[in-house]
Design a protein around this ligand. Structure first.
Ligand code: PGA
Length: 231
């Protein structure tokens, strides 16, 4: 309708997403913005807990995170794979080992994201599930800071594979071959059911879902999906 077209010509689109999406999501904005140059777009990146708080305050139209709360009142649409990988410096003795045990990994000094991070929550649940005690030696509130600390030899870590999109960083790190790894997660697009999505948001949602199918097609596993997005 004319009303809808009007919305796409001059509407607003407010998005909020977890930090692990920032290596790739901005790339997806370009075609959308070219198609709808009148749409004023904002995209906030924050951790899992802060995202839930934003949703509680109804600050944004769509939210993207890995582990949405198990609630009846939100719509959840699967988006893309978000595998979590274990990393060490490229020169670490674990770098070329195969089938390393979780227990051996857990004995290394561990660098982890802050409380409130979804990545951290998943890692803690994972180790609990495997009945291995997890000691966090250093807590850092940024994926890039973690990569740098691992490169500098402060310890090992577990982070989203998406954060390794820079070849220069990857060259200084090793993705470890550990039992039960990677930890398989998936980003989800969520929004409150009771909310009437503006036309900008429903159009963007459809666009994201279509793109996610395109990116995941013909890939054998989630790590391949991520590798294809690095390029
Ligand atoms: P976060 O992201 O660690 O930045 O909170 C987790 C997620 O992918 O949901």
């Amino acid at each position: 309708t004319i009303f809808d077209l009007q919305g796409m010509r001059q509407g607003r689109l407010r998005l909020a997403a977890v930090t692990t999406t920032k290596y790739f999501l901005p790339k997806l904005l370009k075609p959308f913005c070219q198609l709808y140059p009148g749409v004023k777009l904002s995209l906030e990146f924050t951790n899992h807990e802060a995202l839930l708080a934003r949703m509680h305050e109804n600050l944004d139209d769509l939210y993207i995170m890995s582990c949405p709360p198990n609630r009846e009142d939100i719509e959840v649409r699967p988006f893309l794979a978000n595998p979590l990988v274990a990393i060490a410096p490229a020169s670490h003795r674990f770098a070329h080992q195969r089938d390393l045990s979780l227990k051996a990994f857990a004995e290394e000094p561990l660098i982890m994201r802050e409380e409130g991070s979804g990545t951290r929550k998943v890692v803690e649940q994972f180790f609990k599930q495997h009945e291995i005690d997890l000691q966090i030696n250093i807590e850092l509130g940024s994926n890039e800071a973690i990569q740098q600390a691992v490169i500098d030899g402060l310890g090992v870590s577990i982070i989203s594979m998406h954060t390794l999109n820079c070849a220069e960083v990857r060259n200084q790190l090793a993705i470890l071959d550990i039992d039960h790894f990677p930890i398989h997660r998936q980003w989800q697009i969520i929004f409150p059911k009771k909310k009437q999505l503006p036309i900008t948001a429903s159009t963007f949602l459809e666009y994201l879902l279509k793109e996610s199918q395109r990116f995941s097609a013909n890939k054998e596993n989630p790590m391949q999906v991520v590798e294809a997005l690095w390029i």
